[in-house]
Design a protein around this ligand. Structure first.
Ligand SMILES: Cc1cc2nc3c(=O)[nH]c(=O)nc-3n(C[C@H](O)[C@H](O)[C@H](O)COP(=O)(O)O)c2cc1C
Length: 360
């Protein structure tokens, strides 16, 4: 792409970001586990899904907005929790929060953010959700939950697909670690030692020592008992777990395989989505993430039963491309594409996006 041309697609933004973000950090952001089969499948699966569409519907006015946990957002695209934004841009999570606010959508802040919960919360007028990893020391989790409540977060997103960290080969080869001066702000008070450099990948060592692989539905119950915030469980990929989520009284799930970064060769999320949506049968919120790069991907996910999607890497690439403006550009592209896809499918609102749009 010509340097002076402005990006037209998310893929264009990724290409520019690859040039601007330091190599080790771009590897960290873009990689998946092992052979990266699931990473590719997340996107390839969207490409395999074909659309039916209706014509001669008056689509002269279209509404992309949707209501999630009682809050209206401008389109069914939410910011996924991703770690370490300052490796992509010095403004890091603060810029992402400002973009979320301007684009009128929800941002989910990772436990592993470089900026602190409270300072990020001040940058957005739209709902901020907080993603939680549960540590062996439950007091750390309790403290994070209380901080999230005080900062005005509107939901907790409990990540359940990382009892151990997936093996990202590029990070192992690069001995990925945080450069001097970049901190994990929310954990600073608890970290006795900052991600040490003697492990094959420093962050993997940190997780292995501190995350709790014994996490179970009992802990979900415990989390619900210590917070008044809605709890969303992130990292569900099979029907059985989706049904357990409903039984255990959580407020929502994210159908997710962690962007192909955990168990390689597991199913693409959009392939898992219809069965899960059917099992949940609208009893709780169903979100999905993984491989969403086009407006048609958003439309397909909604048609297959998602209330909204989350995007991870596109936000980071936007941030690397041009900070807050770059993240806004990602949203502008997806909004334009979704709006066009809806018009061409004969849909005037998100509610009109139905399963019948998907070719069987
Ligand atoms: C660089 C990176 C860091 C991530 N960090 C977290 C995290 O801290 N917590 C979490 O729950 N998920 C994390 N994820 C997973 C994302 O929330 C999301 O599931 C995934 O990125 C969606 O796929 P996509 O990148 O194709 O949109 C991370 C993903 C990436 C790519």
């Amino acid at each position: 792409m010509n340097e002076n041309t402005s990006p037209v697609t998310i893929a264009d933004i990724e290409k520019i970001a690859a040039e601007k973000i330091p190599g080790f950090a771009f590897d960290y952001y873009s990689s998946g586990a092992d052979d990266e089969i699931t990473l590719r499948e997340n996107s390839n699966a969207f490409d395999r899904i074909l659309l039916n569409y209706r014509v001669l519907v008056d689509v002269s006015s279209r509404d992309l907005s949707v209501t999630i946990l009682g809050e209206k957002i401008s389109m069914p695209v939410i910011i996924a929790p991703t770690a370490f934004h300052r490796l992509a841009h010095p403004d890091g999570e603060m810029a992402v929060a400002r973009a979320a606010s301007a684009e009128q959508t929800i941002m989910t802040l990772s436990t592993l953010s470089n900026s602190g919960l409270e300072e990020v919360a001040r940058e957005t007028n739209w709902p901020l959700w907080f993603q939680l990893y549960v540590f062996k020391d439950r007091e750390v989790t309790r403290e994070l939950v209380s901080k999230a409540e005080t900062a005005g977060c509107k939901a907790l997103v409990l990540t359940v697909d990382a009892p151990l960290l997936g093996r990202r080969i590029r990070d192992v080869r690069n001995r990925f670690n945080l450069p001097e001066g970049i901190v994990v702000k929310n954990l600073e008070p608890f970290m006795k030692e900052m991600l040490p450099r003697d492990q094959e990948s420093g962050i993997a060592g940190y997780f292995a020592r501190n995350l709790d692989p014994s996490l179970s539905w009992k802990d979900v119950e415990w989390l619900k008992s210590i917070t008044r915030l809605p709890v969303i469980v992130k990292g569900i990929i099979c029907r059985e777990d989706a049904m357990l989520a409903v039984e255990n009284g959580v407020d929502g799930i994210v159908v997710s395989n962690h962007g192909g970064r955990q168990l390689d060769t597991c199913s693409a999320t959009v392939d898992a989505l219809p069965g899960i949506a059917e099992a949940v049968s609208k009893k709780i919120l169903v979100l999905m993430d993984g491989g969403v790069r086009r407006g048609t991907d958003v439309l397909k996910a909604v048609a297959l039963g998602a209330d909204a999607v989350l995007i991870g890497r596109p936000v980071i690439y936007g941030l690397g491309y041009d900070g807050e403006k770059g993240v806004r550009k990602v949203f502008e592209i997806l909004r334009t594409e979704l709006d066009l896809a809806m018009a061409l499918c004969g849909c005037r609102s998100i509610g009109e996006i139905k399963r019948s749009l998907i070719v069987k």
